[in-house]
Design a protein around this ligand. Structure first.
Ligand SMILES: [Zn+2]
Length: 266
């Protein structure tokens, strides 16, 4: 499931379309369009230039402009990738994938929104107010938030730590894989109450979140090398890469959670 690092990867893909003029938009499956019909979507974007893509949490925002290198003005395309979405930059002659739902066509190539399960999709905001409305429920981006605000928002309500970190209205961008990795690096049990975190715990959590995101963003996903918890998720005999204890897996907040009982005591 795409999380902040994956969407950063998609942002780099979308950069290849920046400052290029949309020749046409082909909608192969209108179910991924949210709040806008195919024809209006195609008509609005045809001949506009895409701006540099931006990201907030798991959302990718692509502004548009009427002329090359003009400052972007609405409309803005907002993409969410749900469980299975991604973006591809393809040559014109690349075979269409079964799950290519929307194709933005440029002289230099095609930007394709590919998604198997279609749980979320693509929005079109015609003015800034619509962008603000769509993102109104989100907390600050996990890569941008300052330490003091991180601590304040996380401890505002008493709840279990893992669901709090995954709650997009608290901090935007983290999902199941990122949060397991951060908690393991910070040596904090996923079931701890946010009310019981010490200043030292919060410092460590913040530091490890930043460090983890920095490395993951560079590769466009949470790395699954041997020194990462994620690298051991799907092994039959899962062991902690730090202490070799057998890893535990349970459901917390409805999500499959992996942790080390030695490194992350109750
Ligand atoms: Zn361990």
């Amino acid at each position: 499931m795409p999380e902040l690092p994956d969407v950063e990867g998609f942002r780099r893909v979308a950069k290849q379309a920046a400052h290029r003029q949309v020749r046409e938009v082909r909608v192969h499956d209108a179910q991924v369009l949210r709040g806008v019909g195919s024809e209006a979507f195609q008509r609005t974007l045809r001949r506009r230039y895409l701006a540099e893509p931006r990201r907030h949490g798991k959302w990718l925002l692509i502004g548009t402009a009427g002329a090359a290198n003009a400052p972007a003005s609405p409309p803005v395309v907002l993409l969410h990738f749900g469980m299975t979405g991604n973006l591809q930059w393809c040559p014109h002659d690349a075979e269409l994938h079964d799950h290519d739902r929307v194709v933005f066509d440029f002289a230099a190539g095609e930007l394709r929104y590919r998604d198997m399960r279609k749980l979320t999709g693509i929005h079109l905001a015609r003015e800034q107010d619509e962008v603000d409305d769509l993102l109104a429920g989100l907390g600050p981006d996990a890569q941008q938030i300052e330490a003091a605000e991180f601590g304040e928002r996380l401890t505002r309500t008493r709840r279990r730590l893992k669901p709090a970190l995954m709650d997009q209205s608290v901090i935007a961008g983290l999902g199941n894989i990122c949060v397991d990795e951060i908690l393991w690096r910070a040596r904090i049990h996923p079931n701890r109450s946010t009310a019981d975190l010490t200043d030292d715990d919060l410092d460590r959590l913040y530091r490890e979140m930043r460090a983890m995101l920095r490395e993951a963003v560079r590769v466009g996903r949470v790395p699954d090398g041997p020194s990462w918890l994620t690298g051991h998720r799907d092994e039959p005999d899962r062991r902690c890469p730090r202490c070799s204890t057998a890893l535990r897996r349970t459901r917390i907040g409805g999500r499959s959670t992996l942790w080390c009982p030695t490194c992350q005591p109750d």
